[in-house]
Design a protein around this ligand. Structure first.
Ligand code: ADP
Ligand code: MG
Length: 473
């Protein structure tokens, strides 16, 4: 990366820019105003002296010491000039506090000329070969005469220059400090950002073992904590994915392995009719198991991808329960389970009829498979406040507390139950129920296990019993 494009370099440059701008502004505001204040103060001093000087001059116009005394009291050069021509106005020195002819440069002095023209006190600064001067020109009582006071400004200007120098020095120091502070702060930030970048790369590379740590309480610290949350979530998902693939392949291998074995046995031509029949029945069972597993896996993948299409319509739970009981009547008889539908009124839910049926099938199959022969199983429906439920109750041994915690996990099969299924049924049922805005409730004790599919209530059906309140959604 271009070193000037790093956050650190940009921060340092920004800080440097701000400090330079502030110093520049201070310099531009302070120096000229300081200079004009000093010059004004000098001009005011000179202007103040005018009344006394005029009075003194009037009292003794020919006093030879007037100019040197005035120069000493005002701390300025004192020159008396007179007009030699009116238009254009030209003035020339008559007498001065300066020795010999050194007042000559004051011929046509701009301030004195202006005062001669306006007959008023004039003030201003003039640059001469020997420096800059604050000048005040005072019109004298005698027509055409102007008294000029010229005070050298080098002391005031030296003060200004000293302030200027100090400001520049302080500015330089401030810039250095800004650079150092900016650079070290930026380095600190850059180091933390780079650490986060490395963590993101690690996570992108599928390495979820190392924590993302940053103890800061600022935005970077927040970002690091968000990264850490992402890491733990991804680690969990990755673990679940690996487990899923391992479990699914194991589930697929078992029936395939068994089918392979039977195929080898079938090659033995000496098999009698009844053994052959038995083998084919077992193989059909395995193929059915594989097909069911494939269907379940497909459903799960659709659930994961959020691609499972759900209808939302009124579902008459009573007729659905009746149909399910009819469907399982044969299986129940074969496994010696008394199965019945305890019709106790109507209940309408909102959901997808196909998916509700799928869930009832899963619950019914479990009640028939995971309970010993002779155990009665009952299906019933019921309406509660704004909800409709369909329950499958069996009189089996019940589900232990340990099992209950994990029952709805994918591929989880109870320890005590015979391993007939793949352990996907309840996981699918739970996710489908939740997609319809419902849930699956479990209440189990030895001798009585109740699985209830609770769904949002729908509009009441026509077969509503008299006296029962319709449930509105
Ligand atoms: N009615 C029930 N009575 C006792 N145990 C049950 C019942 N329903 C489910 N189970 C337990 O829950 C486990 C998970 O059920 P499920 O997800 O349908 O998987 P599978 O039926 O394929 O084993 C079962 O293995 C079983 O131990
Ligand atoms: Mg099952």
């Amino acid at each position: 990366m271009n070193p000037l494009r790093t956050v650190g370099a940009r921060l340092s440059l920004a800080l440097l820019g701000v400090v330079a701008l502030v110093l520049g502004l201070v310099y531009l505001i302070v120096v000229p105003s300081l200079k004009s204040r000093l010059v004004d103060a000098r001009l005011n001093d000179l202007a103040h002296a005018r009344t006394a000087l005029k009075a003194e001059f009037k009292a003794q116009p020919n006093d030879p010491d007037f100019f040197s005394n005035a120069a000493a009291s005002t701390n300025a050069r004192v020159v008396l000039l007179s007009v030699v021509s009116q238009s254009p106005t030209l003035v020339t020195p008559l007498q001065s506090s300066l020795p010999g002819r050194s007042a000559n440069p004051y011929t046509n002095d701009p301030i004195a000329t202006r005062s001669a023209r306006t007959s008023q006190l004039e003030r201003g600064t003039v640059s001469r070969s020997d420096g800059e001067f604050a000048e005040v020109a005072i019109p004298m009582p005698k027509r055409g005469e102007v008294l000029l006071l010229a005070a050298p400004l080098h002391d005031a200007l030296a003060d200004v220059r000293a302030v200027q120098r100090r400001l520049l020095l302080a500015g330089g120091l401030a810039l250095l400090v800004a650079l150092a502070v900016g650079y070290s702060a930026a380095r600190l930030f850059a180091r933390r950002i780079r650490r986060l970048e490395r963590a993101a790369d690690r996570i992108a590379g599928g390495h979820f073992d190392q924590q993302v740590a940053d103890r800061g309480s600022d935005e970077l610290g927040e970002l690091a904590r968000a990264f850490e949350r992402m890491r733990t979530r991804l680690a969990g998902l990755d673990h679940a994915r690996r487990e899923f693939v391992a479990n699914a392949s194991h589930e697929l291998r078992t029936p395939l392995f068994s089918l392979g074995g039977f195929l080898e046995l079938l090659e033995d031509e000496e098999l009698d009719e009844s053994t052959l029949r038995e083998f084919l029945d077992t193989m059909t069972g395995q193929v059915r198991r594989l097909t069911k597993l494939a269907d379940d896996l497909l459903d799960l993948s659709k659930l994961d991808a959020g691609r499972l299409h759900m209808e939302t319509q009124p579902v008459d739970l009573a007729s659905l329960a009746g149909a399910a009981v009819d469907e399982f009547a044969g299986v129940a008889r074969a496994s010696e389970h008394p199965l019945e539908f305890a019709s106790n009124g109507a209940a309408t839910a909102r959901g997808d009829p196909q998916r509700v049926f799928q869930i009832v099938r899963i619950l019914l199959e479990n009640a028939l498979v995971h309970t010993p022969p002779g155990t009665p199983v009952e299906v019933s429906v019921r309406r509660t406040d704004g909800q409709a439920e369909i329950t499958v109750t069996d009189a089996g041994p019940g589900i232990s507390g340990e099992d209950r915690a994990e029952l709805f996990e994918r591929f989880y099969r109870g320890e005590s139950t015979k391993a007939s299924g793949s352990g996907l049924g309840l996981a699918i049922a739970k996710e489908l129920a939740e997609l319809m805005g419902g849930r699956i409730e479990l209440d189990s004790k030895p001798g009585r296990t109740v699985f209830a599919l609770v769904l949002p209530g729908g509009e009441p059906t026509r077969e509503l019993e008299p006296g029962r309140e319709p449930v509105a959604v």
